[in-house]
Ligand binder design. Structure first.
Ligand code: NAD
Length: 377
């Protein structure tokens, strides 16, 4: 394998925030894989580690200290495990573990949420859809994360003169917000099959009309090499379960993207297999702030038992290699090793199937390292 970097300098700064519950267990497996890449491929990072979520609250009385926030700002990428647990359920809103993650997303300006839905051949039977519909599925849902109806003003619940109450939220997007997320979509598509499907409800919402016009304008001006289609969100939800392989990159707003990404995620069958990335705007050097995390939470029901599936976390690391450090070959190597281990029949409990071998979190990590060794031999 001619992957070995000659330059011994670290590729950049990475901050590890394992968090609560199974977070530290799955992060341990990332460390194992990172060690392998440093040792065998010269792909090395300047690593820091910190507390976030409930464990930070226990130690410092807050789910995210200013110090960790500053270190996240200074990092090229943040790798995040998971936060939360029943112990913290009754805390006031501002101290809840999840606030730590929300603060990171907000202050790092992470407006683009990437959720791949990829089905490993070995797991086609885990999907709720027929195997022929999902075999080979590899799509990317791109969701706008910081605008739209979840943040728009006016919002609130008011009491009307006749005593009824009225709840209000406002869907609002500026051209700038639309263009920057669409750009991420087109750039992603250029690294994939060069197809983008932009999703809104232009039939009933003015914000959707603007969305459609701006995405089309950007496409015509800067990305004519990418195939662009438009689809209404309700139809997209239907198409995702009817024929998901018709898509490559789907780009949508905060609300529709939230729903569509969960729907697409479940096509793959297991929460323990789903990574995600959240990216900010590029700086003068073209570098984006970025946070990578599994979609799953802290899974308190299985925490501390060495049974969690580390693959969502490992694939989050693979996304980091690809999107923050342009190490596509290394990411391919890791994705390939994971696919081989699954094809060989090893399964953590959450993806266990008849006739397969049930293994622990750490055994899964070790098996992936062995596959990496073989691939690099
Ligand atoms: P969860 O994702 O933690 O767990 C849901 C179910 O999936 C559980 O049965 C769990 O055992 C299983 N599961 C999840 N990840 C798994 C893995 N890697 N391997 C094997 N099984 C896995 O969601 P939940 O139970 O709704 O929430 C638990 C806690 O996590 C709550 O405090 C919640 O607020 C928090 N949470 C955090 C995040 C985050 O940190 N981004 C996301 C979702 C939920």
């Amino acid at each position: 394998m001619a992957l070995l970097r000659n330059d011994p300098a670290p590729l950049g700064k990475v901050l590890l925030l394992p968090g609560d519950g199974i977070g530290p267990e799955v992060m341990r497996e990332v460390r194992r894989i990172m060690d392998w890449f440093a040792r065998r491929q010269g792909i090395d990072f300047e690593l820091g580690e910190g507390l976030v979520g409930g464990i930070s609250y226990d130690r410092h009385g807050t789910p995210l200290t200013d110090e960790i926030m500053e270190r996240a700002q200074a990092a090229d990428a943040v790798l995040f495990g998971a936060v939360g647990g029943p112990k913290y359920d009754d805390l006031p809103f501002a101290q809840k573990p999840e606030r730590g993650l929300l603060r990171l997303r907000k202050e790092l300006g992470l407006f683009a949420n990437l959720r791949p839905a990829k089905v490993f051949d070995a797991l086609v039977d885990s999907s709720s859809l027929k195997p022929e519909l999902v075999r080979g599925l590899d799509i990317m849902i791109l969701r706008e994360l910081t605008g739209g109806i979840y943040f728009g003003e006016p919002r609130g619940i008011e009491t009307l003169p006749d005593g009824q109450r009225r709840g209000i939220n406002t869907q609002v997007y500026t051209t700038g917000e639309i263009v920057r997320i669409a750009k991420v979509g087109f750039e992603l598509a250029r690294k994939r099959q060069r197809r983008v499907c932009s999703v809104e409800k232009a039939n009933v919402m003015e914000s959707g009309v603007l969305w459609r016009e701006e995405v089309q304008k950007l496409h015509d001006a800067e990305y004519p090499d990418v195939e662009l289609s438009h689809m209404y969100a309700d139809n997209c939800a239907m198409q995702l379960v009817r024929q998901p392989k018709q898509f490559d990159v789907i780009v949508s707003d905060n609300l529709f993207g939230d729903i569509l990404s969960d729907c697409a995620a479940m096509l793959t069958g297991s929460l323990g297999m789903l990574p995600s990335a959240s990216l900010g705007a590029p700086d003068a050097q073209g570098k984006r702030k970025a946070l990578y995390e599994p979609v799953h939470g802290s899974a308190p029901d299985i925490a501390g038992q060495n049974v969690a599936n580390p693959i969502a976390m490992l694939q989050s690391f693979s996304m980091m290699l690809r999107h923050s450090f342009d190490q596509d070959a290394a990411a391919d190597l890791l994705d390939g090793a994971i696919a081989k281990v699954l094809a060989g029949g090893l399964r953590t409990a959450d993806i266990m199937q008849d006739g397969m071998a049930r293994v622990s979190t750490s055994t899964m990590g070790e098996a992936i390292v062995r596959e990496l060794d073989k691939a690099a031999a």
